[in-house]
Write a protein that binds this ligand. Structure first.
Ligand code: ADP
Length: 260
């Protein structure tokens, strides 16, 4: 609600005013400035991503699309601190990732960034619940708090009654839900998903995307999804299109931002 009505108390209005202010003044979660990542050198040099300027706000749901080889995975790896740019800067929550030591980056990846991949990467000898609980090992929570958190996470990915099953007893879609639950275990500030529906049939893929949209809507989870699937992209509130490593408009022309 934008406007206070006459029946509200001054306190309510002051509280609402400060909440609105907090929303509007919140810094973006990511700021990418002229980011380039090159591989090789000389005649074999490839700019996997080049000169990307991109701002991502908290609570956004973004689909990154583009043909194979356009730089989607490279971009996601840079966002996740799994890789460093050759030039330019990736600023995450106000800190340039280049300034972080390897140990700080590892800490960031464990506690602040959640990853979901096309392959579910579950441990086959552990149940769904145990796969999620394993991700909570560094959290320092007591066993009972860990279990409570696992129950909550299973519920939020629609698997409340399937926690005791091994991955081999779950469908592909259910396994991907477990992987999403695991990625969310430490309440990451951002969830990065690389082709999360790539191994699933279209109906199951739609269900996974619906889970991601629900997490975004209900928990304000910031989500960046790489996808080949035009339906997945079409459902996203914001689409970032890549071509030959650069961000382009829907018609394929290069997006140039003025950088002061
Ligand atoms: P996408 O995810 O859109 O398929 P990628 O980010 O995987 O694209 O790759 C972008 C470009 O960078 C491609 O031309 C790819 O061959 C090249 N590339 C990616 N990773 C490497 C690497 N480790 N070494 C050399 N070239 C790479």
């Amino acid at each position: 609600m934008l406007y206070a009505t006459s029946t509200e108390s001054t306190d309510d209005r002051e509280e609402e005013h400060s909440m609105n202010e907090a929303i509007t003044t919140e810094a973006p979660i990511y700021e990418l400035r002229r980011v380039t990542r090159s591989y090789g050198s000389g005649t074999t040099k490839v700019d996997a991503v080049r000169d990307i300027d991109l701002t991502i706000d908290r609570g956004e749901f973004i689909a990154v699309v583009g043909p194979s080889g356009s730089g989607k995975t490279t971009l996601l790896q840079l966002l996740g601190g799994l890789d460093r740019p050759t030039s330019g800067e990736v600023v995450f929550e106000g800190r340039s990732l280049a300034t972080l030591k390897e140990s700080e980056l590892t800490q960031l990846r464990l506690g602040t960034i959640g990853f979901v991949f096309q392959q579910f990467n579950l441990i086959l000898t552990l149940s769904a619940a145990q796969n999620i609980e394993l991700a909570l090992a560094p959290s320092g929570l007591t066993a009972s708090l860990r279990r409570a958190r696992v129950t909550e996470l299973l519920g939020s990915v629609g698997l409340a009654s399937r926690g005791h099953h091994l991955p081999s007893e779950l469908s592909g879609g259910e396994q991907q839900r477990v992987a999403i639950g695991r990625a969310l275990a430490n309440a990451p500030d951002v969830l990065l998903a690389d082709e999360p529906t790539g191994n699933l049939d279209s109906t199951t893929g739609d269900e996974i995307i619906a889970v991601l949209h629900q997490l975004n809507r209900e928990q304000n989870q910031t989500i960046v999804v790489i996808t080949h699937d035009p339906y997945v992209a079409a459902a996203a509130p914001r689409i970032v299109r890549l071509h030959d490593g650069a961000v382009v408009d829907a018609d394929g022309s290069r997006v140039l931002e003025v950088v002061s």
